[in-house]
Design a protein around this ligand. Structure first.
Ligand code: UD1
Ligand code: UDP
Length: 382
């Protein structure tokens, strides 16, 4: 039996962790014991607890209640708490997801204690070091032992950074192993999408009809904190709703909600608030989000996860960033990088309004990435 310590903290990590926890419970319970640590980075019920309830994830064994704060304060509180738990639990390895401050804290605490790190979503790069996430993921990859990349592009990034292919074990911090293994988020979308359409009323509750609305999410710090960018994004949303007479639904991240009234000009704020075609709602549960995604006409987002889910559900996506880690989406023609540029966003929307046949070739595995990861952990971690 090996003991695996999973670190989660931000919304997408809780969601991603459901796939591995499910695989462990269903197929490897006699070989893997999972201990879950929630850093408390996200703490509102609709950013955290709702996912445990809905996706049947075991309650965390520990909650560090790190909460919000500056990068240094938040990360330091998490490192402190994770170190204590590592000393107590003495796990065989630690599992880290993605690129948040919770990931970074786990990477620092575990590597200093020589606990092997399993990094899920390794190798993704935006090549933009002004993003906190880019720093977090580079640091985490450098100190990981098993690196699981969901895409070919991610795997190739690791090769370019000097990681080796086909190197023999045993694997360690000095001899890491890299994999191209598919995406645990795709596992989840396949697993949960079969029953979400029947179990949610999110469309009727918001007066939406299938194929007749745009779904928008915005939370990236450079979009929320920069008034110029936030104004450009909401001007585009307002314009598209008016010119194309289409409804727009925005489940808004708390970070963005808190900044909307201060960072939008009073005129734009009032235009958005009084536009009956635009509906801003609180963050929704995963089942509701999947229902909103799969029934939408198009998705506009700066989220990494939502970009991919748009692809999983064969929806065109306008990426509200200047670059993406998920370059395959853009290459497929189903996603366009439009940044926070009103002209580019409106142009991309009109382009997708005309495009009839988009292609969505399989890029994210077979829906069993989590099972593969468990097997490799069992093979390579002692
Ligand atoms: C974090 C991640 C980002 C990820 C996102 C997923 C980092 C550096 N960023 O960004 O990569 O895409 O999570 O959603 O780790 N807040 C609440 N309630 C909550 C959580 C946050 O009100 O439950 C508000 C607080 O005002 C907080 C702000 O949101 O200061 C930002 O939260 P934080 O976790 O620091 O970063 P995110 O923007 O959520
Ligand atoms: N999500 C959700 N409810 C929402 C918005 C997003 O359940 O109101 C889910 C979404 O389906 C995806 C994940 O949260 O699985 C993406 O997280 P987020 O956009 O916060 O972060 P990112 O992926 O950019 O790190």
């Amino acid at each position: 039996m090996i003991k695996l310590l999973t670190i989660i903290g931000a919304r997408p990590q809780i969601i991603k962790s459901a796939a591995l926890s499910r695989a462990i419970k269903d197929k490897f319970a006699h070989k893997i014991h999972e201990v879950i640590v929630h850093t408390g980075q996200h703490y509102d019920d609709n950013m955290s607890q709702v996912f445990f309830d809905e996706m049947d994830i075991s309650q965390p064994n520990y909650n560090l209640n790190a909460g919000s704060g500056s990068h240094g304060k938040q990360t330091a509180a998490m490192i402190d708490g994770i170190e204590e738990i590592l000393l107590k639990e003495k796990p065989n390895c630690i599992v880290l997801y993605g690129d948040t401050n919770s990931t970074l804290a786990g990477a620092i605490a575990a590597s200093k204690m020589q606990v092997p790190i399993i990094h899920i979503e390794a190798g993704l790069r935006s090549f933009n070091k002004s993003m906190p996430e880019e720093l977090n993921r580079i640091i985490c990859d450098r100190v990981s032992t098993l690196l699981f990349s969901p895409t070919k592009a991610g795997f190739n990034n690791l090769l370019k950074e000097g990681f080796k292919k086909n190197n023999p074990g045993p694997y360690s911090l000095d001899n890491p192993k890299i994999y191209h293994c598919g995406d645990v988020m795709f596992d989840n979308s396949l697993f949960f999408s079969s029953f979400t359409n029947h179990s949610t009323t999110v469309l009727s509750d918001n007066d939406l009809e299938t194929g007749k609305y745009v779904l928008v999410t915005i939370h990236r710090n450079n979009n929320t904190d920069d008034p110029l960018r936030l104004n450009a994004l909401f001007r585009s949303i307002n314009r598209i709703s008016v010119e194309s007479k289409i409804k727009i639904i925005i489940p808004l991240h708390p970070r963005t909600s808190k900044l909307l009234s201060t960072n939008l000009t009073p005129d734009l704020y009032s235009a958005v608030k009084t536009n009956e075609q635009i509906k801003i709602i609180s963050p929704v549960s995963f089942f509701n989000m999947i229902a909103l995604e799969r029934n939408s006409f198009l998705i506009m987002t700066d989220s990494g996860g939502v970009q991919k889910e748009a692809y999983f559900f064969n929806k065109p996506c306008i990426i509200l960033r200047s670059e993406t880690e998920w370059t395959e989406l853009v290459k497929s023609g189903s996603a366009v990088i439009a940044d926070a540029d009103e002209g580019k966003i409106v142009k991309a929307f009109l382009h997708f309004k005309k495009s009839k046949k988009l292609k969505f070739p399989d890029l994210f595995g077979d829906g069993n990435a989590a099972g593969f990861i468990c097997k490799e952990i069992l093979k390579n971690i002692k």
